[in-house]
Design a binder for this molecule. Structure first.
Ligand code: ARG
Length: 399
């Protein structure tokens, strides 16, 4: 009986060659392709997969599941890896892995396969996710072990085996896209001193060419979920994010350029575009600061964003730690209701207004006008007690 394998298939050169490579080694290959909002036509995928040797090709629209179950919790955690990266590629891997496992069960396959290399993070994310959900499955990663030393050798193999390859000269970049953003690597970006060429970007306008007038938008949140832009309510969170990508992308918002620490120990220069995500992060953070009491807000800021980002980046999506962190952010998300007004202008997004039924901002307490209701005498005793430790220390030091 043929060994059945479910392959995470993008339709690109690597995964197309993998189909044939595995077939040659006695596997029956079923491809799995997810629409996670990468904005590419997937109609041709099944015929392409089959032309490469697949016995079956599955394509599924996962946009809404991806937005609700993966992007939203990450937004609620305000997670940015190393303070900058909104985890675009990192987030799609556990979802795709979950689907690979489901397909393996459906088709009675003992293997799943992916096209990640041995020096990246994605191999870790795929494999940890798959093993967490189905510990006894075997994961194949042909790119880690096959004979090809270059893209040219792969193309040569593809042509020899009538595997459809795009004739057009591709850009020199390695690109991964989903509705949460684009990640761009390789080519000229490998020199961290060199500014990313304009042709590296797909979803964002160059700030220089962005409109000369600012655009104001309003985003509404209900219980920590963005639900409307400029009064237009969205049934689907995925569509809201896609629309926001277009709006913010026009203003050149969401370009990120960084050197990041990969799991395998190397540093890599990474460029990202996440226009919608970056606007939502700004808006969400601002609303949180309005509705959360100081104790909870400070706890959140010092314990959640960095931890959550590491969990996602390091492939620990299917861990109790991620679920426990989600429970925390879900609890505080209940207070995140209201509207944020943002100004988009030439690569920048600024919150310029916020309002919430859960607002803890009390104008009578904050004001310096005659409406002031704050007990100023309480300030004296408070300051005396709060400052006591430093006074005691100063004395002890003989000051
Ligand atoms: N460095 C990013 C990450 O680890 C981007 C990875 C992009 N993956 C890719 N196959 N191009 O999440």
């Amino acid at each position: 009986m043929a060994k059945k394998v479910i392959l995470a298939y993008s339709g690109g050169l690597d995964t197309s060659v993998i189909v044939r490579w595995l077939t040659d080694r006695g596997y029956e290959v079923i491809t799995y392709t997810a629409d996670v909002g990468q904005g590419e036509e997937l109609k041709e995928i099944p015929s392409k997969a089959k032309a490469s040797g697949a016995v079956e090709a599955i394509v599924e629209d996962l946009k809404e599941e991806f937005a609700k179950e993966y992007c939203l919790p990450t937004l609620r955690a305000l997670a940015l890896y190393e303070g900058k990266y909104p985890l675009t590629a990192s987030l799609s891997r556990p979802l795709i892995s979950k689907k690979l496992v489901e397909c393996a069960e459906k088709f009675n396959a003992n293997y799943v396969a992916h096209g990640s290399t041995g020096k990246g993070n994605d191999q870790v994310r795929f494999e940890l996710s798959v093993w967490a959900l189905k510990p006894d499955i075997e994961v194949l990663a042909p790119v880690r072990e096959w004979e090809f030393k270059s893209r040219e050798e792969e193309v040569e193999y593809a042509l020899r085996h009538q595997i459809p390859v795009k004739a057009t000269k591709d850009k020199p970049y390695s690109i991964d896209k989903n509705l949460w953003g684009v990640s761009i690597e390789c080519g000229p970006l490998e020199d961290p001193w060199q500014e990313p060429p304009e042709d590296a970007f797909e979803w964002t306008q160059s700030p220089q060419k962005a409109p000369h007038e600012p655009e104001y938008i309003e985003i509404e949140f209900q219980k920590g979920t963005p639900t409307a832009i400029n009064g237009k309510t969205y049934e689907k969170l995925s569509q809201l994010i896609l629309d926001l990508n277009a709006i913010a992308g026009r203003h050149g918002i969401g370009r990120i350029d960084m050197v990041e620490n990969r799991l395998v120990g190397i540093k890599s220069r990474e460029v990202y575009e996440a226009p919608g995500a970056m606007v939502l992060y700004e808006a969400y953070r601002d609303l949180l600061s309005l509705v959360l009491d100081r104790f909870t807000f400070h706890y959140f800021l010092s314990h959640i964003p960095h931890e959550y980002a590491k969990v996602v980046y390091e492939g620990l999506w299917f861990s109790p730690l991620r679920q426990a962190l989600d429970a925390f952010t879900k609890e505080i998300a209940q207070y995140v209701n209201g509207k944020v007004r943002l100004k988009l202008y030439k690569g920048h997004v600024h919150v310029v207004g916020r309002t919430s039924p859960n607002s803890l901002y009390v104008e009578d307490l904050a004001t310096y006008s005659e409406k002031d209701a704050f007990d100023h005498r309480a300030g004296a005793n408070f300051t005396k007690v709060f400052g006591l430790p430093l006074k005691v220390l100063g004395r002890a030091l003989g000051r």
